[in-house]
Design a protein around this ligand. Structure first.
Ligand SMILES: [Fe+2]
Ligand SMILES: [Fe+2]
Length: 158
């Protein structure tokens, strides 16, 4: 049972990492459009970025987080914090979409991208822990049930 669940989560984790890369590719297009001063293209790429992120959040919330919660219920606080981030990012993207013609867009967008980068590192750290063999409920670190959502500064070792 747990083995099948773990397999599904690992597959979702691979998809999640692929989507992170895809989203980074869209960001590079966005930077190019900004550098070219092509506002029409900026708006098109912004729409792609927003759609890709919404699809990505759906995968994480529909497959990855519930599966991981089934395998590691002690992570619920951490997963809740990531889900709350999704809501904030979606609201911020909606706000940005309304002000897309605003000259302040670039700065506001830059802040969102930075925050999203930290969010992704937290998710990828969860995946690393999973693939490095930290398995089920008995692996809880301290028994407090308070997996810290503030691990965003922790960086990849590779
Ligand atoms: Fe996420
Ligand atoms: Fe993600």
């Amino acid at each position: 049972m747990a083995r099948g669940l773990r397999f599904r989560i690992q597959r979702a984790a691979r998809k999640m990492a692929e989507q992170h890369q895809h989203i980074h590719g869209i960001l590079r297009d966005f930077d190019h459009a900004l550098a070219d001063g092509d506002r029409q293209r900026v708006m098109e790429v912004f729409d792609s970025y927003r759609s890709a992120l919404e699809a990505h959040f759906s995968l994480e919330e529909g497959v990855f987080f519930p599966g991981l919660h089934g395998l590691q219920p002690q992570r619920s606080a951490e997963l809740d914090a990531l889900s709350q981030d999704h809501e904030s990012f979606a609201a911020e993207l909606e706000r940005l979409a309304e002000s897309i013609r605003d000259v302040q867009l670039e700065r506001a967008f830059g802040e969102l991208v930075t925050d999203l980068g930290q969010h992704e590192r937290r998710e990828e750290q969860i995946v690393r822990r999973l693939t490095e063999g930290e398995g089920g409920e008995d692996d809880q670190e301290d028994g407090s049930g308070s997996a810290s959502p503030s691990r965003s500064g922790v960086e990849s070792s590779s």
